[in-house]
Design a protein around this ligand. Structure first.
Ligand code: MLT
Length: 263
């Protein structure tokens, strides 16, 4: 499905009924990373999974992106869907950065948060420099080079053996991301604010969920986030790396179901 927003078109999938659950994908991915949840959580929620600007089938304007802009696009999407009531916002990795920006800017629209495989802090100076290097790589060698550099760390080591199809899907997802989206995201992630201090004031329920074998963002980040949140639940999923919802969909969905029933 497609929604015409004020300046761009966003593509999205929607399924199920009941409490709205907006799922925000990571970098450099698209909404198909949420396929197991779009298919299987239909009894627990009305699942909405958009392609962020610059991804999948959404428009990919060639301009600077920010986590705030990405979050504001999602508010426009909710408005377009007629969803004025608070919704549960879930984000994985970069999607988590956007979820925190959404909370910071549109708190009244948030019923609860799911922070998956993400971190609250900003990029370190070294991290910012790596974003600039990745931008140069993408411009010089193309998005396929970004996909190749990231692929070995996206899944748990054993997932590459047990689910080669998943690694294949992942590489396609990454390599198909428009260059404008990759450049836009890298700038948005490099310049995102530190949300660590925000955490202590989030009184809404939060599920912090992380793969125990995440090679991109260590599980200690989830523990640190959880320790600061006043109303949170922590789930560390075994045999899962960075893309835990795809690697262990049943365990991920079970945690989400329990969380959604808890408030
Ligand atoms: C992601 O998976 O969304 C990104 O790798 C996160 C990041 O680079 O900080």
């Amino acid at each position: 499905m497609r929604a015409q927003l004020s300046t761009i078109v966003l593509a999205y999938d929607a399924s199920g009924s009941g409490r709205p659950l907006l799922l925000i994908h990571g970098y450099p991915l698209n909404r198909t990373m949420w396929r197991p949840q779009v298919e299987n959580l239909t009894d627990a929620a009305r699942v909405i999974a958009p392609d962020l600007r610059g991804h999948g089938e959404s428009d990919a304007p060639a301009e600077p992106y920010s986590v705030d802009r990405l979050a504001d696009d999602l508010v426009e999407l909710l408005d377009d869907l007629g969803l004025a009531e608070p919704v549960v916002i879930g984000g994985l990795s970069m999607g988590g950065y956007v979820a925190l920006a959404f909370y910071r800017r549109h708190q009244a629209r948030v019923a609860g948060l799911i922070l998956a495989a993400t971190r609250a802090g900003a990029d370190s100076e070294a991290g910012k420099a790596n974003r600039d290097k990745a931008m140069a790589l993408a411009r010089e060698k193309g998005v396929g080079a970004i996909a190749d550099s990231m692929l070995p760390k996206m899944l748990a080591p054993e997932t590459y053996q047990t689910h080669p199809d998943l690694a294949q899907h992942l590489r396609h997802m990454m390599a198909d991301t428009p260059l404008n989206g990759v450049i836009g995201d890298l700038g948005a992630m490099r310049d995102r604010p530190d949300s660590t201090e925000l955490l202590g004031g989030i009184l809404k329920p939060v599920l912090v969920i992380h793969g125990q074998e995440d090679q991109l963002i260590p599980p200690s980040e989830a523990e640190a986030t959880f320790a600061r949140l006043p109303n949170a639940r922590l789930a560390l999923v075994p045999s899962a790396g960075h893309l835990l919802n795809l690697e262990q969909p049943e365990a991920f969905d079970a945690e989400v179901r329990t969380f959604l029933k808890s408030f």
